[in-house]
Write a protein that binds this ligand. Structure first.
Ligand SMILES: [Cu+2]
Length: 330
């Protein structure tokens, strides 16, 4: 284990202003760090990349955590167009030391890329299916019927989904080919964030998508994970700074279990249901989410130390949905 980067400060709006978009978080952080020497509002602790993930072809959930894909920015007829490329394929995931699972995934990762736009942008998603099975991308949010992503895109084919980003909030996307339970639990899902036109206040922003793995195709999950790999954040705690606002974009994509709870230790969070408000509706420390429900949760930790987060259905936590925040002194 070694630090992959130094602490870096930047704001999302600065990145947008300078067009540092479509880069991975680390690359964007380095680019932003070299551009902005003046004090900024958000500090991100050094990201520690696990040597096991770095050595294999697998994605690293620590990189997934703060990685936002803003697409390629284009101006067409006076409008901002964000163009994204998404490729479906099959790859094995090493879920733990004993279990290798053939995932169906988008851009080589589970969850797929966190696509991000601002309300009113034109969004163009170029979807290539390189997998042997037919798949699709069905977005939540508002769009015309022909962009609803329920038609199968066969092996080797490309579909361009194009629509206006609306409404602002946190939306899932997922494959909608039957049996949908199987296509989702194999890994074909991700998050689509639409920012409100004025943005949100600066914060350490991160994404967690909860997923389940039905290892023997028996319509129930044997393993669960935040961002693809069971127990990853238990074994690699997420460093955050004391007294700094964390904005967690949280999505439940667990099939077969009707509802999942999410709980953080030793703290409370503000809830922005479906990300559809700029004002929190509730403060609590455990929230219940059906499949495809998603929220923005905001919190900051008053005291340094390590704190668990997990569903409060402890059997699910004990089967992979367990993580830690490592709160560093500010
Ligand atoms: Cu599919």
């Amino acid at each position: 284990m070694q630090p992959a980067s130094q602490p870096t400060v930047w704001t999302r709006r600065q990145m947008l202003m300078w067009g540092i978009t479509g880069l991975g978080t680390t690359a964007a952080a380095i680019a932003a760090g070299s551009l902005f020497r003046r004090p900024s509002l958000v500090k991100i602790p050094p990201v520690v990349e696990s040597s096991s993930a770095a050595d294999s072809s697998m994605f690293d959930p620590m990189m997934v955590l703060r990685d936002f894909d803003y697409g390629t920015l284009k101006q067409e007829n006076g409008r901002t167009v964000r163009e994204f490329e998404v490729v479906a394929n099959s790859t094995p995931l090493q879920l733990n030391s004993a279990i290798s699972f053939v995932s169906w995934n988008l851009n080589g990762r589970v969850p797929g890329p966190t696509l991000r736009a601002t309300e009113g942008d034109r969004v163009r998603v170029i979807f290539h299916n390189e997998d042997g099975h037919s798949h699709s991308m069905h977005f939540h949010g508002m769009h015309p019927a022909e962009m609803d992503g329920v038609q199968p895109i066969r092996h080797g084919k490309t579909m361009v989904y194009e629509f206006d980003a609306a409404p602002y909030g946190v939306h899932p996307y997922h494959c909608h080919i039957a049996p949908v339970t199987r296509h989702i639990s194999k890994g074909l899902y991700g998050m689509f964030i639409i920012d409100p036109p004025g943005g949100r206040p600066p914060a350490d922003e991160m994404v967690m998508v909860m997923g389940g793995y039905d290892l023997n195709n028996a319509q129930q999950n044997e393993l669960y994970a935040f961002n693809g790999l069971p127990n990853y954040y238990r074994d690699h705690p997420i460093a955050i700074y004391q007294n700094q606002l964390v904005r967690l974009y949280l999505l439940n994509m667990i099939e077969f279990d009707p509802a999942i709870t999410f709980h953080i230790h030793a703290n409370m969070f503000q809830v922005y249901r479906t990300g559809r408000s700029l004002i929190p509706s509730e403060e609590t420390d455990v929230i219940t989410m059906g499949t495809a429900e998603r929220h923005i949760l905001e919190f900051s930790y008053r005291y340094p130390g390590q704190y668990m987060f997990h569903p409060h259905q402890d059997a699910i936590a004990e089967h992979g949905c367990m993580g830690l925040f490592d709160v560093l002194p500010s």
